[in-house]
Design a binder for this molecule. Sequence first.
Ligand SMILES: [Zn+2]
Ligand SMILES: [Zn+2]
Length: 172
Amino acid sequence: MRTSNRVVPSPGSFATGMVGVPEGTDIELDYRLEAVMEGVLITGTARTLFEGECSRCLDPVSSSVEADFQELFRYPGDDDGSGGAGSGTEADSGDEEEDYYLEGDLLDLEQVIRDAVVLALPLTPLCRADCPGLCVECGVKLAEAGADHGHGERADPRWEALRKLSEEFGDQ
Ligand SMILES: [Zn+2]
Ligand SMILES: [Zn+2]
């Protein structure tokens, strides 16, 4: 067993929804390799930075993300089935058991790390935990507009129309 630590650049931008890790961002890896019967088991943690937009106020957000991963890389030829060392398969069919294979004595961590980091990215990032978001009436940022920002009752045009009606018919 040996433990390694290295920093690799992000192999491409990966993103989910409102956040992503830009291409070239440093990814810090801590991992441990263990030889097991079927191949090599890799266990580790990837740390990197993501960028995105606050899901409430659309301000830019960037923060760190940490993702744990564990994957078994099988020896080639140890298979029960398809001969391909399948990094080319793009099936997003939800198959949980995707097999990885050692290529020579290299293992291609890219997909493993990408999957782990994407899973760890927040689905609804926030610029801060209590971000008040945008005013639903005028779109102004409530954090800047202040707590007393509001549009009173006239905000809703349907009520406005009703009130005009009641004024027309009310006082005759
Ligand atoms: Zn925000
Ligand atoms: Zn407003």
